[in-house]
Design a protein around this ligand. Structure first.
Ligand code: ATR
Length: 276
């Protein structure tokens, strides 16, 4: 009997229980995926209580991806480098931290558009928060050399590129510069919260150039079709959706916990339907 769960605050509307319950069913594994909503004021006590529950693994979401690190017994290299953990595997009572956000993102692109991502691809990331860091790191790990980052606060984009060792080819940009050059990229990834429900009438950039042949991606999944993606589609771009990343980061966590290799096609279709 597998015992999984999620810690974060707030998490009542999380889609993770649906995903992991489905993955367990597909793998014919008995188990549960519980929500542990932890008030930031009680974090320490509740983490001690969580240790005593003897789970097999759990996910970590906002605002605890950094704060969990001091309670781990070991940490995977990518998670250590990023300073953020979204998955904990419990092995012989020991907590081991991983980060599946970035690898989940890149896997979801490769799954849907197998020939698009190349080492020579020119990539632009919009935003430089926690989500952008994981995605940036995974593009570099995948061998992509040119990954520019545009942010409202350009200094933060600059800092992220140097911290994550983005190399000489990657540039920090202002949002205006990115908007002006948006048709120069093969892949553009929107990672900010702009466009997320209830502010879903907004887009971080205005997209009004010919984008045929480019892939535009938004990690926001509520709504599924953001203003950013709607504009990109009208200019001819191919689209990649936030729910695809969400599903693949979860599948990657499930693989870490169980050692299984779940089939993704049917679950992706059902997940998309669930979000409509
Ligand atoms: P997460 O960890 O979920 O990625 P975050 O760390 O809060 O979220 O980062 C949010 C990102 O969205 C940042 O890049 C932020 O830009 P700043 O660094 O300049 O704050 C960006 N962002 C949020 N609201 C924005 C807005 N209204 N316009 C432009 N960028 C915005």
């Amino acid at each position: 009997m597998l015992r999984l769960g999620l810690i974060g605050y707030p998490i009542a509307h999380s889609l993770s229980p649906w995903i992991h319950t489905r993955l367990m069913k597909d793998q014919q594994m008995e188990g549960t995926y519980e929500l542990f909503e932890i008030d930031p004021e009680n974090f320490k006590t509740e983490i001690v209580e969580l240790k005593a529950k003897n789970l097999d693994g759990f996910n970590v979401t906002v605002p605890y991806k950094e704060r969990i690190i001091e309670y781990l017994d070991d940490i995977d290299e990518a998670a250590r480098f990023l300073g953020a953990v979204n998955t904990v595997k419990v092995k012989d009572g020991k907590w081991i931290g991983y980060n599946t956000d970035g690898i989940g993102y890149v896997t979801s692109i490769e799954n849907r558009y197998p020939d698009t991502l190349k080492e020579t691809s020119k990539v632009l990331i919009l935003g430089s928060g926690g989500a952008a860091r994981g995605i940036y790191y995974s593009f570099l790990q995948r061998g992509v050399r040119r990954v520019d980052v545009a942010n409202r606060t350009v200094a933060k984009a600059d800092q992220m590129i140097s911290e994550l060792k983005g190399g000489d080819f990657s540039q920090p940009l202002s949002i205006e510069e990115a908007e002006h050059n948006i048709d120069n990229y093969d892949i553009v990834v929107q990672t900010s919260s702009v466009g997320m429900s209830p502010n879903d009438q907004q887009s971080i950039v205005s997209v009004s150039r010919n984008l045929r042949g480019a892939l535009f991606s938004d990690i926001v999944y509520r709504p599924k079709m953001t203003v950013f993606l709607t504009q990109a589609q009208s200019m001819g771009a191919d689209l990649h959706f936030g729910y695809e990343m969400l599903l693949h980061q979860a599948i990657y966590a499930f693989k870490i916990w169980t050692g299984t290799n779940p089939e993704t096609e049917n679950i992706m279709k059902d997940f998309e339907r669930k979000l409509e």
